[in-house]
Write a protein that binds this ligand. Sequence first.
Ligand SMILES: [Zn+2]
Ligand SMILES: [Zn+2]
Length: 167
Amino acid sequence: MVQYIESGKKKQEKSNKLIYALIIGAVVLIGALAYGSDNSGKQSLADADLPSGEVHWHATLSINLCGQEQPLPVTPIKSHLLHTHEDRLIHVEGVIPDPESIMLGRYMNYALGLELTNTSVMGYRNEIESCNDGKDNTLAVLVDGTPIQDHMNHVIRDGQKIRILYE
Ligand SMILES: [Zn+2]
Ligand SMILES: [Zn+2]
């Protein structure tokens, strides 16, 4: 009888261990899936053709809203990698960890603290008559004179002339 109880206990312990193993396995699997899906949207340095060593790049940004050139702010440096000075140039300095950290959306939103989304800039929104010119106005972003798509995720590079145009 005692033996019977003990072996029953052992069985119980064994199945507990199995359940723990299954739970741990599931957690690891879910974690791996989440990590995998989180990473799949990210570009690697190599994919974006970016150098792995230190860089010191400068690019220019201009913003024109309804025909008015906008003065660019000089903001406190939050990220040495992506910042501006009195010269109001875009500075990319240091080792670039991933393309996301030097994208135009990040420069505007984080480094300058200015609103830029896929469809709006500094309070001006796409398809709204904002310029008092009797038409629906549109946001465009040009790099070296060429309009680009997906401007939030545009990876800034040395020497680029970036222009945000709302007209
Ligand atoms: Zn610089
Ligand atoms: Zn600097």
